[in-house]
Structure formats: C-alpha cells, structure tokens
Design a protein around this ligand. Structure first.
Ligand code: ADP
Length: 169
C-alpha cells in the first residue's frame, strides 16, 4: 500500500530516493521545476541527459514517458524525468498525464526507490488546470500497483496544495 503525502514547498529541497522532474522532450533543461532541479542538482544531471540524447533518446523523450538519471547534488539517488502533455483546452485527454505518473512509478520501482517526490506535472507552462491535474495525479497513484512506499506530492503554492488536499481527503 502506497502512502500519499502532501507538502507545500520546493521539490529540490526534498530528501527522497527519487525526485520526478516535469521535463520537456529535449531533456536539455527548461524553466519551472526543470530549471530548479538542474540549478540545485548541478551539471551531472544535464551531462547524463545529454548522454541519453546521444544514445537511446536521439529524438528526445516522448510525452507520457519517463527516464532516470543521477540526482547530482540533490538529496536523492535519482531524478526521474517525465514529459507531461500540454493542455489543449476543455476535453483534453488526461491519459498521457496519467501515464507520466504511472511510468515514473514503474521506473522508480525498477530502481528500488521507496520514496518518490512528484511536482504537479503539466500545471505550469503546460497550463493544465490544477484541479483536473490533481485529480489525475492522485487517482493514478492510487490505482498503481507499485512497490514504492511513499509518494510525496510537492506543491509549490497554496492553491496547488489545496487542490491536491481536496483529492486526498
Ligand atoms: P510543466 O511544463 O509540466 O507545466 P512546470 O515546471 O512549468 O512544468 O510547472 C509544473 C508545476 O511545478 C507548477 O505547478 C509550478 O508552480 C511548480 N513548480 C515550479 N517550481 C517548483 C519547485 N521548485 N518545486 C515544486 N514545484 C515547482
């Protein structure tokens, strides 16, 4: 049984086995969580991302998929990079957003991670409405059959925290 915990704060300050990054398909860095992870984690993360681009991920990482690298100087063993879908307006298909959570948990379990921190994937520059994103995130984690013991959602602001709290209640 996976325990879901909620924290308001900065995901780069968490002590967990794996930190999930809301990356973009290039794997070569961006703003938001991605920028913060690379800034605090140092150059080792980007160096591994470049190696991934030079090998199995020549075209980048597809939306809904996940891949792990070192966590560099973060207080974690791994960063799991996943690419959320961009919001296309009402009626957007949530399946690729769910896939981000499911695949990240699969990668985490394969690595032997027991504690995993997630940001609210796709709710920044990818514009997914927070309430809808929180529903998909919590439901997908609840439905996952995983050896991960704790999933910690790390929400940057109070609005995000409240949206996730509403789903966990
Ligand atoms: P995406 O491109 O998937 O939308 P973003 O990084 O733009 O990813 O935003 C995803 C969510 O992460 C947003 O809700 C944003 O407020 C939040 N966020 C940004 N920086 C951090 C951080 N350091 N720790 C946790 N959450 C963050």
């Amino acid at each position: 049984m996976t325990t879901i915990t909620l924290v308001q704060g900065d995901i780069t300050r968490q002590s967990v086995d794996a930190i999930v990054n809301a990356a973009n398909s290039s794997l070569l860095g961006g703003g938001g969580v991605d920028g913060a992870i690379h800034r605090r984690g140092g150059p080792a993360i980007l160096a591994e991302c470049r190696k991934l681009r030079a090998s199995q991920y020549g075209k980048g990482l597809a939306t809904g998929r996940a891949v792990a690298t070192t966590a560099g100087e973060l207080d974690a063993q791994w960063v799991i990079h996943t690419v959320g879908p961009v919001w296309q307006g009402p009626g957007s298909d949530p399946s690729l957003l769910a896939s981000c959570y499911r695949e990240s948990l699969q990668v985490a379990a394969q690595l032997g991670a027991r504690t995993v921190a997630f940001p609210a994937i796709s709710t920044g520059v990818f514009r997914w409405p927070m309430e809808e994103a929180a529903r998909v995130a919590v439901q997908t984690v609840r439905d996952a059959d995983t050896t991960v013991e704790e999933v910690r959602f790390v929400l940057f602001d109070e609005g995000a925290y409240e949206a996730f709290a509403e789903q966990v209640r």
